[in-house]
Design a protein around this ligand. Structure first.
Ligand code: ATP
Length: 373
């Protein structure tokens, strides 16, 4: 008989102080986080930061040295992988090469004892879900990489897991296919509602796909938040640098004016940021601003009053299609990058060697700990 729908109910994942060591190295270092039921949750970080190890512990292939993993509040210690209602999709697809697409998708469903019409229905629905119904009779070798990965996703979901783990599933695909398949993945997850725990080093992928993102570095959690949070309000220098491009200015707090912090930075005429939490007069901080928030004027240009302002000299101009990147040298200071949308004809205001004025709304300045602290 068919399983009742609520056996498929998406699960909540709780990690509490999870730590994993390999000889002298701590691969995962005291991670605490909660993945909500039905959430598309990504773990984002550079190669070697411990993401795969974290995923393998949730799957039950590795065991934490310390801490606790819970699925819907139930401690998973001692629960083997096949009893966790969890399935994994790997970068390598790991399809059965001698079986047809249909048999690959049917594999896990049969193992659950589903037969006859119920089996056909489940397999048919999942082939439909990944839009591969016309390819049911083919062998994996007769499919493109993107199609093979869709079979792997259908196979993993057909078995009815309450949590799907995905380890860089788009990693083996070329850039165009990656973009195509990530839209598919997003649609599939929203359609089935299963909790997805997704591991990637690709920040753009994480921003596009996820309800929430955990940023990891060297085994530790740097920030957990909505895509807009980690991008617009990075909590650490690492997050500011790893996700997108950030300008970082070393600065000192010179005063507080209402809800604004006033700052001094070499070569910068006016630097301000919104006041969040406590700051001390004279405190050294890093002030960051995203390049697309920075506007470019000629030196006679008048930015809106109250904006952050600096004068500099254009060093490099790089045309990238959607935008043009201006690298501006700040006399007595460092460099600042501005991305200017190519929505108007580019004139020669801002050729290398020319003086320019850069300005941005102080709401877009984010203060972080100074590197020296
Ligand atoms: P990548 O994206 O390159 O796969 P990752 O973020 O998934 O990286 P992990 O594979 O989790 O990182 O590895 C984290 C660290 O733990 C690495 O330094 C790795 O060398 C180490 N490590 C992982 N598995 C083992 C193991 N079985 N034995 C010893 N060290 C390991």
């Amino acid at each position: 008989e068919e399983p009742t729908p609520d056996t498929f109910a998406p699960v909540e994942v709780g990690l509490h102080g999870v730590t994993k060591r390999f000889s002298d190295q701590t691969a995962v270092d005291d991670i605490t986080l909660r993945v909500h039921e039905g959430e598309f949750f990504s773990v984002l970080g550079p190669s070697g930061c411990g993401k795969t190890t974290l995923l393998r512990m949730v799957a039950g292939f590795e065991h934490p040295d310390a801490g606790r993993i819970e699925l819907d509040g139930v401690d998973m210690v001692g629960v083997p992988p096949y009893r966790r209602d969890v399935n994994t999709v790997f970068q390598s697809y790991a399809l059965f090469p001698h079986m047809s697409v249909w048999d690959n998708v049917a594999y896990g469903v049969k193992r659950k004892g589903v037969k006859g019409d119920a089996l056909k229905k489940t397999v048919g629905e999942h082939l439909e879900l990944v839009r591969l119904s016309p390819f049911a009779k083919r062998r994996p070798a007769q499919l493109s990489g993107g199609q093979q990965q869709r079979v792997a996703i259908a196979r993993a979901l057909a078995a009815g897991p309450r949590l799907l783990l995905l380890d860089e599933p788009l990693g083996a695909l070329d850039a165009v296919l990656r973009k195509e398949l990530r839209m598919e993945l997003m649609r599939i997850q929203r359609e089935v509602g299963t909790t997805f725990l997704y591991v990637t080093h690709d920040q753009e992928e994480a921003l596009v796909l996820s309800h929430r993102i955990a940023v990891m570095n060297a085994g530790k959690l740097e920030q957990v938040g909505y895509p807009e949070d980690v991008y617009e309000r990075p909590a650490t220098r690492f997050v500011a640098g790893f996700i997108g491009t950030s300008n970082i200015l070393d600065a000192k707090v010179s005063g507080v004016d209402g809800h604004r912090v006033e700052l001094d930075a070499p070569g910068v005429t006016r630097l301000r940021a919104p006041l969040h939490g406590e700051v001390r007069h004279g405190q050294r901080v890093a002030a960051t601003v995203r390049p697309e928030k920075v506007h470019l004027y000629d030196q006679a240009g008048e930015p809106p009053s109250g904006w952050c302002v600096l004068n500099g000299t254009v060093r490099d101009v790089v045309y990238t299609g959607v935008s043009t990147q201006y690298v501006v040298h700040i006399p007595g200071g460092g460099e600042l990058v501005a991305f200017v949308q190519n929505t108007r004809r580019i004139d020669d205001a801002g050729a290398p060697g020319q003086p320019v004025r850069l300005a941005w709304d102080p709401d877009f300045t984010v203060l972080l700990e100074s590197a020296d602290d």
